[in-house]
Write a protein that binds this ligand. Structure first.
Ligand code: 6PG
Length: 256
């Protein structure tokens, strides 16, 4: 595993970096370490990628030698934590971001890449289809598909994946994949549910930018803030990779 120390803050494993470049480099090393450990222990690694803009540099790092050559891509199954209900070549597609920055640049077999969407016209059916695929492919923990690694971001409203405040999807405890209409975005989303996020062997949350600072401070210090990402279990396997701008409101800074 990456040998940089973590600092614990309100029970959470937090690593703070000067900027997105340093954060992405360290996160890529951590992802590679987790993949290699999973393949060593279980012969395979099931990873769920995050959407949004923050992870793009991390994906580019994973696709760049020498790190890219240290990952057994033929043993990696690539899934998605959430998706916008748009065609796969749409500018908003999380799949398109991952394909352009990572998946088209590494030798991962095409049948080991699992987009969440194959028909944007039917979000509910797509969620059901993805859930069935997960259940058929991943090991399960008390009936919940168990990823080796899930990458997540955080919105300024405290959402993660596509579990937005006020959306009933956040309370879903039975299903593993849900579809929901997000009023403020006027758009459909598909997302893994919180039980799946909390069943993962490891979670890496990437938070960058001053626009996230107040929310991150709330997440870390106010248990009554009732923000969706606060439903992520507080355990050593959930690592928070944050940049200085996002962490500045929370605590004196320690650079790694
Ligand atoms: C999405 C993401 C979402 C994202 C946050 C942060 O599909 O938008 O899954 O949860 O991680 O909104 O997005 P940025 O990285 O763009 O700030």
């Amino acid at each position: 595993m990456v040998n940089n120390p973590l600092s614990k803050y309100h029970g959470r494993q937090v690593r703070c970096f000067p900027d997105l470049v340093a954060l992405s480099r360290a996160a890529a090393a951590q992802v590679a370490a987790v993949i290699n450990a999973a393949v060593h222990d279980r012969g395979r690694c099931h990873i769920a990628l995050a959407g949004g803009k923050t992870p793009a540099m991390l994906y580019q790092q994973l696709a760049t030698p020498p790190l890219s050559q240290q990952i057994p891509w033929d043993k990696v199954e690539c899934w998605f934590g959430d998706e916008r209900v748009v065609p796969l070549d749409h500018a908003e597609s999380n799949y398109r971001l991952a394909r352009e920055t990572l998946l088209s640049k590494v030798p991962i077999p095409a049948n080991q890449i699992h987009p969440m969407i194959d028909d944007p016209a039917q979000p509910q059916q797509q969620a059901q289809r993805y859930e069935e695929l997960l259940r058929a492919s991943l090991p399960q923990q008390m009936g919940t598909p168990c990823f080796d690694l899930i990458l997540l971001g955080m919105g300024a409203d405290g959402h993660t994946a596509s579990l937005f405040p006020g959306l009933g999807l956040l309370q879903e405890q039975q299903r593993s994949v849900v579809a929901g209409y997000v009023e403020k975005l006027a758009a459909w989303r598909i997302s893994l549910t919180m039980p799946v996020l909390n069943a993962a062997q490891q979670v890496i949350v990437l938070v960058c930018g001053a626009d996230k600072a107040q929310t991150l401070h709330e997440v870390f210090t106010n248990p009554n803030a009732n923000l969706p990402i606060q439903q992520l279990s507080v355990r050593d396997e959930v690592l928070w990779f944050v940049d200085e701008a996002a962490y500045s409101s929370s605590i004196e800074l320690r650079h790694f």
